[in-house]
Write a protein that binds this ligand. Sequence first.
Ligand SMILES: Cc1ncc(C[n+]2csc(CCOP(=O)(O)OP(=O)(O)O)c2C)c(N)n1
Ligand SMILES: [Mg+2]
Length: 328
Amino acid sequence: MEHSKEVLLEIYRTMTRIRAFEEKGAELARTGKMHGTLHLYSGEEAIAAGVCSCLRETDRITSTHRGHGHCIAKGADVKRMMAEIFGKSTGYSKGKGGSMHIADISKGIIGANGIVGAGMPIAVGVAFAQKYQNEDNVTVAFFGDGATNRGTFHESVNLAAILNLPVVFVCENNHYGMSTAFAYHSKNKTVSQRAQAYDIPGVRVDGNDPVAVREAASEAIIRARAGEGPTLVECVTWRHHGHFLGDAGLYKSPEDEKYWRGHDPIPVFEKKLLEEGIAGQAEIEAVQAETNAEITEAVRFAEESSYPESSVIFEDLYEEIPADFFMR
Ligand SMILES: Cc1ncc(C[n+]2csc(CCOP(=O)(O)OP(=O)(O)O)c2C)c(N)n1
Ligand SMILES: [Mg+2]
């Protein structure tokens, strides 16, 4: 598979944009400028950036409670995302949804989801529609390791397998479901081995290496697009922060923390770009400056936007269904 300079730099740009968004969000929440909590994606950027680098705008994704990275990588507008997190009317859900309710159908982002494991059946439904309507689009379901113990994982993978649906299951194994370690919640040593139970391919890659993720995702996406059915891709990674902002992560061992911090996907990828002569220091710094400026602008936009009026509280709760909907 081809990894041109443009593709690799775009992946780097996406990763730095996500990191800047997350770290700015953390700072604003900690200093009381933004209310509510956040589930930060810092440390896992290589997965969203690597997978989405293989997707077309018309392809779809479903996301999770830790969904900012997926949305940014699939092309969401960081200004509208930031405004949503601030609870402002210019946000994706008009300020009424918050961090876990960001969607942009025009970009194929079917939605983040606060219910663990709930994105997978939705992705299967979307993939079924794509196949039924003879589209050649694929859907990627992102989910965590903890979500693989929900019934929705097993039902979704089984249904997608028997119907040969164009869906790719991307598990972000960050070693924990809240404070529960993977080895404690799974008898299986890997998530990818569960693919065997449904007779579909299962692969396990370094989720901190965007090129490894891109290669595995690309193979799975080509397979799905060709009508050959789903793949389970397990990306092994580490979240830098606690489960949510208020969690100090005291259950993580200092040795593990040290090891994984030394494998931070952004500086590791930067080093690769420099050593392989793909980008120079000035280009790297320019990308960082640009993504930081985008996030500063997003914060300004969010701060200057207004809160929704209380009169809109009952709006957007139900979709109008045309009278002849069930006759079609
Ligand atoms: C159905 C359901 N059960 C429990 C929760 C509470 N909860 C939120 S996140 C989470 C852990 C998810 O772990 P994982 O799937 O590994 O994702 P990660 O947070 O590590 O990205 C839990 C149990 C929930 N939101 N939904
Ligand atoms: Mg997890």
